[in-house]
Design a protein around this ligand. Structure first.
Ligand SMILES: Cc1cc2nc3c(=O)[nH]c(=O)nc-3n(C[C@H](O)[C@H](O)[C@H](O)COP(=O)(O)O)c2cc1C
Length: 233
């Protein structure tokens, strides 16, 4: 891995390592990355890829229950190596992914076990979480793992689905199982869309601009407010 600081005048670089099962983290990151790029930062998006691709939706109720149970016990999902672009020097890393049964997802856990210390030791790492609404335990566990890798965590970005409970939980479950709750006779009245809203993607872009500005000005990300009513409705 290259080390040391960039030369004067070089664009600041952000490495975004992420896993996304149903596309929500992916869409948030595309928006956030466009905000970073708007500020003149160079962004490397590195997808964490399972050795055996995981299929979304899972397809059946029983397979969904099984997935929720095993992920609760932090089941690891073996992942491929990141590309050599991840080994380049960067000024900030963002580690992003969904909450799985109150934990980081299996691919992110495997990635951290294998590459966490090598990539993140002595670096600033900003976790980004996409979840339906229950993220605190995931956040705590992820921060703990990153600290064990030697990373500094200046702040945390969390986006929760905006739908109301109990429809949000039911909707996510049915969606993972391969159903279309949005079109259901009763649930469809209260649950109109799986995942994050357009407003949240716009908010993710705004966060990207905020992060870019802070990095350009040499300010800590600790002072940024990501806990807005749009991100965490
Ligand atoms: C197996 C599994 C378990 C989940 N457990 C939780 C959970 O404990 N808390 C939560 O808020 N969301 C949970 N979710 C919902 C996802 O975190 C949420 O849909 C997220 O936006 C998905 O992001 P992705 O599309 O990038 O994978 C779970 C999803 C799956 C597939």
């Amino acid at each position: 891995m290259e080390t040391g600081k960039m030369g004067k005048g070089d664009a600041l670089r952000v490495l975004i390592a992420y896993y996304s099962f149903s596309g929500q983290t992916n869409s948030l990151l595309n928006a956030l990355a466009s905000g970073l790029k708007q500020q003149g930062l160079r962004v490397t998006l590195e997808k964490i890829r399972p050795m055996e691709p995981l299929r979304f939706p899972v397809g059946t109720i029983s397979a969904t229950i099984k997935m929720m149970l095993i992920t609760f016990f932090r089941h690891r999902v073996a992942v491929k190596d990141l590309s050599s672009a991840a080994d380049k020097m960067f000024d900030l890393a963002i580690l992003a992914g969904p909450t799985w049964s109150y934990n980081p997802s299996g691919p992110v856990l495997s990635f951290l076990d294998r590459d966490g210390r090598r990539l993140f030791e002595g670096k600033d790492v900003l976790p980004l979480i996409s979840c339906r609404g229950y993220w605190r335990m995931h956040c705590y566990g992820l921060k703990k793992k990153l600290v064990e890798c030697g990373a500094a965590i200046p702040n945390v970005v969390v986006f929760a689905h905006p739908s109301k409970e109990p429809w949000r939980t039911l909707g996510v479950f049915l969606k993972i199982a391969g159903k279309s709750p949005e079109r259901g006779k009763t649930i469809g009245k209260y649950y109109t869309k799986y995942g994050h809203s357009k407003e949240q993607f716009a908010e993710a872009k705004r966060f990207g601009v905020m992060i870019g500005e802070a990095l350009q000005q040499g300010k800590s990300l600790a002072g940024l407010n990501f806990k807005t009513p749009i991100a965490l409705p």
